[in-house]
Design a protein. Sequence first.
Length: 109
Amino acid sequence: MKMPGNLGSIMKQAQEMQTKMKAIQESLKTKEIESSAGGDMVTLKMNGEYEITSLKIKPEVVTSDDIEMLEDLITAAVNEGARKVKEMSAEAMGELTGGMNIPGMGNLF
């Protein structure tokens, strides 16, 4: 069944966008960001799928008297990492959509 000119073109563009989006998602899997907290006392690397690939804790921060501070530093580093991955994903998506803010598209990553 042949689609009317405009609709056929729109469908083709949608398919192309979907293909490009999958390629962006795949490329984000291999990209990493680095995040830290407490003046680099805790540093981590996170990939584009929000998976922590590396976590480093400086020995001087590991004391039994201040577990709470260490927990706070790890939490801060993870949250900062997640923010950076979200920003990286939004940037990649902006390239796909030409900077247009399409509702719901930012949540695909």
